[in-house]
Design a protein around this ligand. Structure first.
Ligand code: KG4
Ligand code: ZN
Length: 336
């Protein structure tokens, strides 16, 4: 019997629904929220209201595109956390209601685990085998995982302050660039010189990361230069973007290489919003060639938040009958 699962992701500002059948993705629909752009960040109140408006049409379209009806569903999944509580609540309530109405199992998914499972969306042939290392880099998290089976992940190291995506976004904001800054920096950096400016590299033991020093160093640097020339940012935006991006990528790569050396695992993946970054993808691919790693990078549409990855996690949980009770609550903070 085929197993068909509907999954909902609503942890931040995008409402997304996806259908997975027997581990294969049938549809993945997304509705973004333009409302936040003018505020330079996500406004939680506006986000939950927009989720409420989007969720029914997004689910409808996901079912339609998959060619299934609610009667065909064997389970319904939702992102339990981490994320914005009000936003999570919309997805959780919808999923609970549907599970109750259809009398099907409810599956709660950890958003971070979902990011890792984006690597399994290209079909079994292209998925990493176990064990593999995964550098999980998103707007809120930066951690190095050893993944030993679909649902067994161990954190080898993580950021002690800001996340990599946060470093991109905050530094972009200092440059007056629109939110989210990561993709904008990436684009500007294409025409910039990554060696033009240098910023502080952190000294953190083991496999942990730190990005707050870079943020401070970037801020002071801009402040000093702007005193000399108020048009400094405008004149140097490409080189600034390229140099900043290069520093972030070097911080990430240093620890990724150390993790491979420490564990001896040569299957290496990246996941999360920042894994869409072209310099990071290039650095991992090159390191893979030079060092004999097997490298896995999710397609761009699966790197930023999406329901496809959440539904893939749900598929793995379904196989182990890891279902959630009706009284389960969303959680703003959750670890992997
Ligand atoms: O995983 P994600 O969609 O949301 C979280 O779970 O946090 O990640 C969003 C983060 C943002 O910080 C965004 O700036 C960053 O991913 N990002 C990028 C790129 N695309 C998205 N950072 C650098 N380069 C990109 N191309
Ligand atoms: Zn995410």
């Amino acid at each position: 019997m085929a197993v068909t699962i509907l999954g909902i992701e609503s942890s931040c500002d995008d409402t997304s629904a996806a259908v997975v059948r027997d581990g294969r993705l049938l549809s993945n629909v997304m509705a973004g929220q333009e409302v936040h752009r003018r505020y330079g960040g996500v406004v939680p109140e506006l986000a939950s209201r927009a989720h409420q408006q989007h969720i029914v049409p997004v689910v409808d379209r996901a079912l339609q595109e998959a060619g299934v009806t609610v009667e065909d569903l064997d389970a319904v999944a939702f992102t339990q956390g981490p994320g914005l509580l009000g936003s999570l609540l919309v997805g959780a309530s919808f999923a609970k209601g549907l599970a109750l109405a259809r009398d099907i199992p409810l599956i709660a998914v950890n958003h971070l685990m979902g990011h890792v499972h984006a690597l399994f969306l290209e079909g079994p042939e292209k998925s990493p085998s176990f064990p593999f290392l995964c550098l999980l880099v998103s707007g809120g998290h930066t951690q190095l995982m050893r993944v030993t089976s679909p649902l067994e992940m161990e954190t080898l190291g993580k950021t002690i302050d800001d996340a990599a995506g946060e470093a991109f976004d905050k530094c972009a904001k200092m440059m007056d660039l629109p939110y989210p800054g990561g993709p904008v920096i990436d684009r500007l950096a294409q025409e910039g010189d990554p060696r033009r400016f240098s910023f502080a590299m952190p000294r953190v033991d083991g496999l942990d990361f730190s990005f707050s020093g870079l943020k401070t160093s970037f801020l002071y640097f801009l402040r000093d230069e702007l005193k000399k020339d108020p048009a400094f940012i405008e004149k140097n935006r490409h080189d600034l973007a390229a140099s900043l991006q290069d520093t972030i990528v070097r911080i990430l790569m240093e620890k990724l290489i150390a993790a491979v050396e420490r564990t001896g695992i040569r299957r290496v993946a990246i996941a999360g919003g920042v894994s869409a970054n072209s310099a990071l993808k290039k650095a991992v691919t090159t390191a893979g060639k030079d060092r004999g790693w097997e490298v896995f990078i999710p397609r761009p549409r699966f790197t930023t938040d999406n329901a496809a990855m959440i539904t893939m996690t749900a598929y793995f949980k379904y196989q182990q009958r890891l279902f959630a009770p009706q009284n389960i609550t969303p959680r703003a903070r959750m670890m992997l």
